[in-house]
Design a binder for this molecule. Sequence first.
Ligand code: PNS
Length: 171
Amino acid sequence: MKIALYPGSFDPVTLGHYDVICRASKLVDRLIIGVLKNTNKNALFSEEERVEMIRTLTKDLPNVEVASFHGLTVDYAKERGARFLVRGLRAVTDFEYELQMAQTNHKIAPDIDTLFFTTSVQYAYVSSSIVKEVASYGGDISGFVAPEIVPLVYEKYHITNGEKEHGQQQN
Ligand code: PNS
């Protein structure tokens, strides 16, 4: 059984993440989405909220499981029997960090390989940080996150639908 772990912060999950999840889920028998537990106090969503959001999005993907973890990604992969790590590559700017991480992970866990998915071109510029930046000013994030996620992000910035339409920020 081929099991892969897709680790990340997912704060929040974007359409780019979702694209990678759908594609990776077709390649393996089981895909575990591992949400890294908050080490960063500046995270917008709690780990429970992030897990819940991804569960909502992946409810129709039967071989996808969502869980949170702390510590080293490779340790969690071993604990879950995952032989592969999944990561998305958007642009050359991601490459250096991703290469370093994949090589470090492979050095400390030689049995685990990282599979990279090049993000579909329409999501190449989408990141969780961009979503937060745009949403914090009441901008339109409907092209970046799934419809179910949009109001949850605005809610964090105390922006109602009406205010969003006028591009206003309340706090
Ligand atoms: O979505 P992100 O923030 O780019 O994901 C980064 C993540 C969670 C994959 C990475 O920070 C990670 O694996 N953290 C856990 C600690 C670890 O194993 N670090 C890798 C050794 S370089």
